[in-house]
Design a protein around this ligand. Structure first.
Ligand SMILES: NC(=O)c1ccc[n+]([C@@H]2O[C@H](COP(=O)([O-])OP(=O)(O)OC[C@H]3O[C@@H](n4cnc5c(N)ncnc54)[C@H](OP(=O)(O)O)[C@@H]3O)[C@@H](O)[C@H]2O)c1
Length: 303
């Protein structure tokens, strides 16, 4: 994997494994349910579902480390994800992996930014995070939260700080109060929703983009696009082409998978480069189709 240098000189990998739990949870359960269908009727209660999900996540994190993807994206808002990462990565040297976690909205509403990070560090079994992000621009709260994050950064509890889901107007507002501007903005970005204006703004300000829902969750609409012939040309999958496209336009893609084969394939993207024309063609797929929450129109208390 290639190194990306953030504006404060912190080095981070150019691909990140996402541990947002909903997907891992549901796919793991679906698979288990399918297996059980014609045998004994198995009713998975909540505890069993959680245990299954955690084993799955732990396994995939280990495989990810072994295959060279050492960057993990989590949040206080992702259920047991921080705990599972802490338990799994504990056996590796701290410098060998890059951890991104997030300040959740509840801690913003409660004014418990410092406690939020301390709880994350405890769950992750580490004494600093590589990158600490504000999960959402919670209205009326995000400026004060950012000031607290600046303090935590200056104390060395996080090597870099940033935001998620900030649109240009959020960043402009933040600029009026911030001493340190975010090093990263983690946003929804994929071929169906390329966010050109926001990406350009961030690039001009030295804010690194991390792209979430980077494969558009392999939305069916992708199968009717130029991605198909491009994938055939390079003998790669659609997911591989999309991830490479992100890297070539300067994004750090975050990708989630509960399937070890998919996960390994997603890392095998460094043996080819898309041409300028192919990058443009993929840009042309954009239909401004947001698949996740809109930061300008959502209920922050529910996230
Ligand atoms: N900051 C934020 O507000 C925010 C919001 C949302 C997400 N995130 C982060 O971004 C991560 C990823 O987001 P996401 O899950 O929405 O999107 P995603 O990574 O684009 O989509 C995951 C889906 O793609 C499938 N997939 C992955 N690789 C594949 C492959 N090679 N072939 C076929 N299917 C493949 C997975 O299925 P299989 O499991 O079957 O492989 C899964 O259903 C999250 O885990 C989280 O860390 C951050």
């Amino acid at each position: 994997m290639k190194d990306i240098v953030l504006c404060n000189d912190v080095i981070m990998p150019d691909l990140c494994f996402g541990t947002g739990i909903t997907n891992i949870y549901s796919t793991g359960i679906k698979r288990k349910a399918k297996l059980a269908k014609n045998k004994i009727k198995v009713i998975l209660n909540k505890d069993k579902k959680n245990a299954l999900m955690n084993i799955n996540l732990s396994k995939i994190v280990d495989v990810s480390m072994q295959h060279g993807c050492k960057c993990f994206d989590t949040s206080r808002a992702y259920g047991a994800s921080e705990l599972v990462l802490g338990n799994t990565l504990n056996k590796y040297p701290r410098e060998s992996y890059f951890l991104v976690t997030k300040l959740c909205n509840t801690d913003q509403y409660n004014g418990s930014v410092r406690e939020g990070l301390e709880n994350s560090l405890k769950a992750l079994k580490i004494d600093y995070v590589d990158l600490y992000l504000m999960h959402w621009p919670v209205e009326g709260r995000f400026i004060d939260s950012w000031k607290e994050m600046e303090k935590l950064y200056s104390e060395g509890k996080c090597k870099a700080i940033g935001v998620c889901n900030f649109n240009i107007h959020h960043l402009e507002e933040l600029k009026s109060y911030a001493t340190i501007m975010p090093m990263v903005n983690e946003i929804e970005c994929h071929p169906l929703f390329t966010q050109n204006e926001l990406r350009e703004y961030c690039n001009n300000c030295g804010i690194q983009i991390m792209a979430y829902t980077s494969t558009a969750r392999m939305d069916e609409r992708l199968r009717k696009t130029c991605l198909v012939p491009i994938a055939q040309k390079y003998n790669k999958t659609l997911a591989q082409i999309i991830l490479r496209w992100h890297q070539q336009i300067g994004n750090i893609p975050i990708v989630n998978s509960s399937n070890i084969e998919h996960m390994i394939a997603n890392l095998d993207i460094n043996d080819f480069s898309l041409t300028e024309s192919e990058i443009e063609q993929i840009m042309g797929i954009n239909i401004n189709s947001r698949l996740r929450y809109d930061p300008d129109n959502c209920d922050f208390k529910q996230l």
